[in-house]
Design a protein around this ligand. Structure first.
Ligand code: HEM
Length: 415
């Protein structure tokens, strides 16, 4: 276990047990914050705490997790890994790829757990945890501690547990707040934004290409607002019917439904404002959607599953599966972390070339009748970069031209 966690454990035990902990410590050397120690060290500390406090290991890890959580957030903030607008669900969702993975890049000795998130609904997350240390009681303690830290109450249930012999842990947390509509105070903020200068930034995808332009709030009413739009955004909104919205004057990004679109005035009325989950506009790689969704046969753990390629970028791919396959896969192989397959990258208009890739499963999103796997490419054929880059750039330019033509066709460029 990493020194940072061990040091926090020592501080926790000392604050809980005082003198009796200090006496038992003896002359052991100080723990180095940035060093990886054998797991036995954590085990010994934990056993000593259990013996002195009379609690169980599980209980001790729960309480320690609660103590640790706000300090992890502090460390994350100090290292610039946290985003101000993140709420409880955002932090948990990003624990793997935005926190642990980033830390591991600079501290290769780190061995963080595999944490995978399934967003069941706006107010419900399922957390899959896999670690040789089987520290799920610590995870539960951290989750409860984070819930206190964010002042967001949760209910928590454990469906699978490694300590009970399962291959992985699955914990579901529900939060009323995360699923809620934006409270009235945000409407006040929109009123304020309108009074200041009305500036917002809208963010949409058009055939996989991000379309993001400034917009201006004209008026606010009830639980919505009207704003003027860039012609390209109008076209994108016609297809998407909802938009992500951000402004430095909002505490977090919003997600809103387009109630109506006025082509002659280039305005839209937005309603149903919700807090937007996920990092809006933070993608590092432009993604594109292949014209025809080619089939991919993936080797996932010991299973072979069929899906369709839905998005492609230099950083990763998105594959759609039939929901019925997923039910099997989840119960049998608990969403294995890695997948290998031949990635179909468009070659000519109608043909694809197959590039061998190994991917890490980043997220699994359950939709009504399908399941979407978000995969990060971890190793690939050496020609992958150049081929995908060329394809993505070409496709992006084509799409922007189509967008321009559509905007002309609708008379938007003249408004
Ligand atoms: C907020 C910023 C965070 C920081 C700076 C952080 C940092 C760390 C570090 C340094 C370790 C030790 C890894 C090792 O021993 O090599 C660790 C372990 C762990 N982290 Fe985080 N973490 C953060 C957020 C989270 C969140 C949000 C969760 C839960 C959703 C989480 C769950 C865990 C668990 C359960 C472990 C124990 C290791 C194991 O189970 O194998 N962490 N974290």
């Amino acid at each position: 276990m990493y020194g940072l966690v061990l040091q926090k454990f020592e501080a926790f035990a000392e604050s809980a047990l005082g003198e009796s902990w200090r006496q038992g410590r003896g002359e052991e050397p100080e723990i180095d914050l940035n060093k990886q120690y054998p797991d036995q060290v954590m085990h010994d500390l934990l056993s000593r705490y259990v013996a002195l406090s009379g609690t169980t290991q599980k209980e001790a890890l729960h309480v320690f997790g609660g103590y640790l959580a706000p300090q992890l957030v502090e460390t994350g903030t100090f290292l610039g890994l946290m985003r101000e607008e993140w709420g409880l669900f955002d932090l948990i969702t990003h624990a793997n790829e935005r926190i642990h993975s980033v830390l591991k890049t600079s501290e290769p000795e780190m061995q963080p757990p595999e944490i995978r998130i399934l967003r069941v609904s706006g107010g419900e997350l399922r957390i899959y945890y896999d670690s040789a240390r089987k520290l799920c009681p610590l995870l539960i303690g951290i989750l409860n501690g984070l819930s206190n830290y964010f002042g967001e109450s949760i209910t928590l249930s454990e469906e699978h547990c490694m300590l009970e012999g399962d291959d992985f842990c699955a914990i579901t947390i529900r939060s009323e707040r995360a699923g809620q509509h934006v409270p009235g105070s945000l409407q006040d903020r929109l009123d304020f934004i309108q009074r200041v200068d009305g500036s917002l930034v809208l963010f949409n995808m058009y055939q996989g290409v991000p379309i993001s332009f400034p917009a201006k709030v004209l008026e606010t009413a009830g639980e919505g607002f009207t704003c003027t739009l860039h012609p390209f955004q109008v076209v994108a909104l016609q297809h998407e019917n909802s938009s992500h919205i951000s402004s430095p004057l909002l505490p977090f990004s919003l997600y809103a439904r387009v109630e109506s679109l006025d082509l002659s005035r280039r305005t839209a009325i937005f309603s149903d404002l919700k807090r937007s989950h996920g990092a809006v506009g933070q993608r590092r790689f432009v993604r594109i959607i292949p014209d025809k969704a080619p089939k991919v046969t993936m080797r996932v753990g010991t299973h072979t599953i069929e899906g369709t390629l839905q998005e492609l970028s230099l950083g990763g791919v998105q594959v759609g599966l039939d929901a019925s396959i997923f039910a099997d896969i989840e119960s049998q192989v608990h969403l294995p972390m890695r997948a290998q397959f031949l990635l179909p990258v468009p070659h000519t208009k109608d043909t694809f070339q197959q590039l061998g890739v190994t991917c890490r499963m980043l997220r699994v999103i359950q939709e009504e009748d399908r399941v979407v796997l978000i995969l990060v490419v971890t190793s690939m054929h050496s020609s992958f970069n150049a081929i995908v880059q060329h394809y993505v750039t070409q496709k992006q330019m084509d799409i922007l031209n189509v967008l321009k033509e559509e905007a002309h066709g609708l008379g938007l460029m003249e408004v």
